[in-house]
Design a binder for this molecule. Structure first.
Ligand code: MSP
Length: 482
């Protein structure tokens, strides 16, 4: 059977347009999806929007429009933004889609039949910004939401509950047997929070929120927005792609993905996801992004100024995946000018110039083992769905080959047309094209200029010795920017 990779991003709240944070998650996921397609896995990359709930209802109301009209507008905006950033998703889910709504209702029906849903009352502290209830312990002094620093609302309502607490032991057992499910450094925190695992309120009376999916067994209630949202991964998935292999999320929503999500699937006896990959939060030049500080980075503007590859290259190779990272404008410009233009672009231009003016012969790069080794590492990391080691292979093994080729050219000076010049140029072209194939997920634009999109890593594995095109003309891979 063909290997597969089902990869997801969180579905974003469409109350504001995409920003650097959501762009980061989506770009990493797109990079991985492109990588898996290239290594020959059957790949399904899902992203989309979380369109229900009180927050969206409120935002639309404040703007004086119907929620559906508002989310339609925002969905078009998100799709345009992702297109502009070169995101090639396989499916864009919206939780207002009929298919999704029916899927959620069928799922609820099934959980109800299995006896895991009951009617109760809920007393709690609700933060509209987070769309969730907090316990008193989780709040800051003065009943403030720890994320929004705003006073939460105290509420007592009739609600349906999911027997989440019933799954505590099964979850612990699952984490023990599947060490890669969530990153090591989060497991203690999750296990600790599990100690007080309570059942989860999964409905809201329509009198409180009407913008949601009606419960199939009680028309007066709609599904809690997180229960609805998590199921997007299920309702949008083609049958043969289940379960998810890599679910990319920010660390802020780990609890929902590491605890609630697998328990929901356990309740209907579905296979569980392989890996939840949580990344850290981005600051800009060391400070939290905020409009008032004037340091908000608009990813679309970045792409317009520097091209898509530059933003992708920076976010993937300079932000350590998994921990909080900083977007430094100076570091970004440095990477762009010195690495993209200075290393890769420079090599492309040099080879274009030399190969046009000097004959060359087909030759295998003298240091071919390095390329083979990188490919080996990529394939092994792919099998383990290990995003960190895939990324590390790009920075530590593949990128240095570019400097090696440049150094080899400097040393051999084939433009002086010495005896072995033809062979040196052939070797460099061989290495350059092999590396360019590997770089496709990281630099889709530059590499497609160079490769015409025809070559896959698999092909190279079969015939690593000679998969190259002569460079016919001078390529301008990147334009220099101050
Ligand atoms: N709608 C929920 C997710 C439901 S998934 C079933 C949600 N949406 S969100 O619009 O708030 O997006 C959250 C995601 O955006 C985070 O998990 C993270 O992936 C990304 N980021 C938002 N701000 C971020 C940063 N400052 N830095 C990095 N990523 C962050 O939560």
């Amino acid at each position: 059977m063909q290997n597969k990779c089902y990869i997801t991003t969180p579905i974003y709240y469409p109350n504001a347009e995409p920003h650097l944070g959501s762009a980061y998650t989506t770009i990493v996921a797109d990079f991985l999806a492109r990588f898996y397609r290239d290594v020959g896995y059957k790949t399904f990359f899902l992203t989309g929007l979380d369109e229900h709930g009180e927050k969206i209802e409120k935002t639309a109301k404040d703007k004086g429009i119907e929620p559906k009209a508002f989310v339609d507008e925002m969905a078009a905006l998100f799709k345009k933004a992702w297109e502009r950033l070169g995101i090639e998703y396989d499916y864009f889910i919206r939780t207002t889609d009929e298919k999704h709504k029916k899927g959620v209702q069928a799922f609820l029906e099934k959980v109800m039949e299995n006896g895991d849903i009951y009617l109760g009352t809920y007393e709690g502290y609700y933060c509209v910004g987070c769309e969730r209830y907090y316990t008193e312990k989780e709040l800051l002094e003065g009943l403030l939401c720890p994320l929004h620093l705003k006073k939460v609302e105290e509420k007592r309502i009739e609600s349906y509950f999911f027997r989440l607490s019933k799954y505590k032991e099964m979850l612990l057992d699952f984490y023990d047997k599947n060490k890669n499910f969530i990153p090591d450094y989060y497991i203690d925190q999750i296990k600790n929070n599990l100690k007080e695992l309570k059942d989860l309120s999964i409905s809201r009376p329509k009198s409180q929120v009407s913008w949601g999916i009606e419960l199939p067994f009680d028309k007066e209630h709609v599904a809690y927005v997180w229960f609805d949202a998590l199921l997007n991964y299920y309702t949008a998935c083609p049958k043969d792609m289940w379960p998810p292999d890599m679910q990319i999320i920010g660390k802020d929503i780990l609890w929902f993905h590491a605890v609630i999500w697998p328990a929901m699937l356990m309740a209907v006896k579905e296979k569980l996801p392989s890996r939840i990959l949580a990344h850290g939060f981005l600051t800009v030049d060391g400070r939290k992004m905020s409009k008032s500080l004037g340091n908000v980075i608009n990813p679309i503007e970045m792409a317009e100024k520097y091209g898509n590859d530059a933003l992708r290259y920076y976010l993937i190779t300079k932000i350590a995946f998994g921990v909080d990272g900083d977007f430094s404008i100076n570091a970004f410009k440095y990477a762009y000018n010195n690495e993209l233009i200075g290393h890769y672009g420079n090599l492309a231009n040099r080879l274009a110039a030399i190969s046009n003016s000097t004959d060359y012969e087909k030759a295998l790069y003298h240091d071919n083992e390095k390329i083979k080794e990188a490919i080996e590492v990529l394939h092994n990391s792919a099998r383990l769905y290990n995003a960190e080691s895939i990324i590390k292979c790009y920075t530590d093994k593949i990128w240095p080959i570019i400097s090696d080729i440049n150094a080899f050219l400097n040393k051999e000076e084939p433009w002086k047309k010495k005896n072995n010049s033809k062979n040196v140029i052939g070797q460099c072209l061989n290495a350059f094209f092999n590396v360019s194939v590997l770089l496709r997920p990281l630099l889709p634009n530059a590499t497609s200029n160079i490769l015409n999109n025809n070559i896959k890593i698999r092909d190279i594995r079969e015939d690593i010795s000679m998969q190259w095109n002569p460079v016919k003309k001078q390529y301008v891979v990147y334009k220099k920017v101050d």
